[in-house]
Design a binder for this molecule. Structure first.
Ligand code: BGC
Length: 729
């Protein structure tokens, strides 16, 4: 449909019809078993069901075709319904959770993964996904850290942009692609105390300098949608925040697409104490620029009246409706309301997607310790022990359209890789401590103590048989994701007991940690020979893990988040400020900025990860020591594989602006490149540095660079390496 026809359609619609384009209702209104991702209050009446512009949480070729057919027949202008779903890290084939994808430091792989998800979701009738989540996360207590690509604004920017490109492709009309939605705007990851839905207090400087960056970079890729966040920012709910949405999102970022609220967030402005009632909430959201009200019912019940009374102008309403109609048009829905649907089979996992998921899973694993070269596993007796050793629950709580039965467990993968006689399995313990709390309730196991005693005895016997124990521990997948904040980052007691008892057998221990958030791993480090973080690795998780354990692939993942010594350090991130009393590396540290009972920095820093081979980084070089605006400096370093195996390393560029009108972080990631080297091979890695990369939100409240001295590192994590200097004139 061309613009003229679209406008003609708009002009022909009744006020009620227009308002309803801005209403999104849960898929459960159409299909009883649709996924509900929030609290529902009341049901939509028949009229709303007939006219609502979009729905969420329902998928499947047959179901969607049926709903769409009926809907279009009854809709006065036969406008198609838009179907949306949280396809976060997989639809049928599930990739590692976003935090794991962050660990790949490979935006191309992430883009390919998003394209694969789009293909599968589209075959099942989905038009838009609520992804990527570009929220900056510095607090491991916040369970949604699992849905982010980590603590770094630059890494998050690269990953969020790659996801938008992967989902949307070059043309949204292509039925292999779907619309992306950048969320949650803004600063949802800064919830106070790491408690979900909590308030955020951020200066404009921190907001712009750190929290807004990844949304901004993702918006440059023209996502069809942006979603508001649940939190307040400096006292104003994001969903009613004109500064955020009008000034920053629309004016400064130039976002032209559809702005949707988060689930019921319009109505929640009443709970916040920002809106009096549903009508007031609808008014405040609309005036702040929210186009679609996701499930709160505030627009469906009140917007028509607000327009009739003149409180909201019809022009404003029309602009919002036109954005929604445009999105439908961009998706090609007017030509083909059943776009992409595969009526033969619906979405299904194919070999190509499995291979991609396997490769990405292997790339996401971060090797933290490898004492005595415990890995790769030797060809001897290996026991796979622990609640994660043979579970199919390797997907996160945000992968509800992926089926567990398609997942390959670690032990299943080991059984394909090794002779049956050389491996054994024991569950070792329950996943959770008794009566552990998850987002969906309390997890109670009858005869929990007896059951764990039995599992432990069996595990110790299995360990006695083995030469090496691969101990698969971690946090249950229902304990990260939405509404899963935690004040403790410890492994469950029952798993720590298992680790202690296995240690007593004297066997070599390779500990694998499956988790959606950084955990306290000090004890695991001390008791293990090798330690690797596996995140929630998805459908091909077992195979990806075994590819690395067996030595087929050398580990290459890098930490996208700092791993703390203790929860008391949270929020923890490497790009902090120096303070007036920085703690010296050596020498007396009394009256400096430090903890009496903990290190300041991470147990393992951002960017860290080992390989099976060794890399030697040469001295970084600069093409010149001084540059002026308009010029480019080239920084380079030679990296050599000095080990015996092929491997990947991620060369990381960090910069520090030494003095500024506002203080600057001690280091900031400004570039990275993953390279693959054969044994003995070396490569020169170069980065161009220009004035634009040195800009920040100055004391003048401008996005500018300031002349002066800079430090630069080319190294393989955020803690190590020696800086060299350059000057901006
Ligand atoms: C979450 C969003 C999600 C939405 C729709 C909300 O509870 O915060 O991230 O996209 O539900 O399922």
């Amino acid at each position: 449909m061309d613009n003229k026809a679209l406008k003609a359609l708009l002009n022909d619609m009744s006020l009620e019809e227009k308002v309803m384009q801005l209403v999104q209702i849960p898929g459960s209104e159409y299909e009883a078993d649709a996924e509900i991702t929030g609290v529902t209050r009341g049901q939509a009446n028949e009229k709303v069901k007939q006219l609502a512009g979009s729905t969420l949480g329902v998928w499947g070729s047959k179901r969607i075709k049926k709903i769409q057919k009926k809907y279009m027949k009854e809709h006065p202008h036969h406008i198609p319904l838009m179907f949306m779903l949280d396809v976060i890290h997989g639809h049928k084939t599930v990739l590692p959770c976003p935090l794991g994808q962050g660990a790949t430091f490979d935006p191309e792989a992430v883009k390919a993964g998003a394209a694969m998800q789009a293909r599968e979701a589209s075959a099942d009738g989905i038009h838009a996904t609520f992804s990527p989540m570009a929220d900056l996360c510095r607090d491991a207590r916040w369970g949604r850290i699992m849905e982010s690509t980590g603590e770094d604004k630059y890494l998050n920017s690269c990953m969020a942009a790659a996801m938008v490109e992967g989902y949307q492709g070059d043309d949204l009309k292509d039925p292999d692609h779907i619309a992306a939605c950048v969320k949650h705007f803004a600063a949802y990851g800064a919830a106070e105390g790491g408690r979900d839905y909590n308030n955020t207090e951020l200066s404009e400087h921190t907001l712009r300098e750190h929290y807004l960056r990844a949304y901004g970079e993702a918006v440059k890729k023209n996502p069809a949608m942006v979603m508001t966040s649940f939190n307040t920012i400096n006292g104003i709910p994001a969903t009613g925040n004109r500064f955020l949405m009008k000034k920053i999102l629309r004016e400064e970022f130039g976002f032209k697409g559809v702005l949707i609220s988060d689930w019921a967030a319009v109505g929640e402005m009443i709970n916040h104490g920002f809106a009096e009632d549903q009508k007031d909430a609808a008014y405040k959201a609309v005036m702040a620029g929210v186009d679609i009200d996701m499930t709160s019912g505030c627009y469906s019940g009140n917007l028509e009246e607000l327009v009739k009374s003149g409180a909201v102008s019809e022009k404003m309403l029309d602009e919002a409706v036109l954005r929604v109609l445009n999105m439908k048009n961009d998706l090609g829905l007017f030509e083909d309301p059943f776009r992409g649907i595969d009526m033969e089979e619906g979405a299904k996992i194919n070999e190509e997607s499995r291979q991609l998921a396997r490769k990405t899973a292997a790339q996401s694993l971060v090797l933290l310790e490898n004492k005595g070269k415990a890995l790769p596993l030797r060809k001897e007796k290996n026991a796979f022990i622990g609640p994660y050793a043979n579970t199919k629950r390797l997907q996160s709580s945000w992968a509800f359209s992926g089926e567990d039965e398609n997942t390959v467990t670690v032990f299943e993968a080991a059984s394909s890789a090794y002779d049956k006689g050389s491996i054994k399995y024991a569950e070792g313990s329950t996943m959770m401590d008794q009566d552990a709390v998850t987002a969906r309730g309390i997890c109670h196991v009858d005869n929990w103590q007896e059951e764990n005693d039995r599992l432990l005895k069996e595990a110790v016997e299995t360990a006695e048989w083995a030469d090496t124990v691969v101990l698969c521990l971690g946090e249950d997948s229902t304990q990260s994701g939405e509404a899963t904040s935690k004040a403790s980052l410890k492994l469950p007691e029952v798993q720590l007991r298992l680790l202690d008892e296995i240690k007593k057998t004297g066997k070599r221990i390779v500990t694998l940690i499956f988790t959606g958030r950084p955990l306290e791993l000090k004890e695991a480090v001390e008791l293990s020979d090798a330690l690797m973080v596996c995140w929630l690795p998805g459908t091909e998780g077992g195979n990806g893990v075994m590819d690395v354990l067996s030595g087929k692939v050398s580990p290459s993942g890098r930490l996208p988040v700092s791993l703390p010594y203790t929860v008391g350090q949270e929020p923890l991130h490497y790009d902090m400020y120096a303070t007036g009393r920085p703690k010296p590396e050596n020498g007396p540290s009394e009256y400096t900025s430090r903890y009496l009972d903990s290190e300041n920095g991470a147990l393992y820093p951002f960017g860290y990860g080992l390989s099976y081979t060794a890399f030697e980084y040469g001295e970084p070089k600069l093409s010149a020591e001084r540059m002026s605006a308009g010029e480019t400096l080239t920084a380079s370093v030679t990296v050599r594989n000095t080990g015996k195996m092929k491997g990947d390393t991620t060369v990381q560029l960090y910069i520090r602006d030494v003095t500024g009108s506002r203080v600057r972080p001690v280091r900031e990631l400004s570039g990275f490149r993953k390279i693959s080297l054969e044994p003995g091979e070396e490569a020169e890695v170069r980065f161009d540095i220009n004035e634009e990369m040195l800009r920040f939100w100055t004391a003048e409240e401008k996005w500018e660079s300031e002349p002066g001295k800079f430090y630069l590192w080319l190294c393989d994590n955020s803690r190590d390496g020696r800086p060299i200097e350059f000057w901006l004139e």
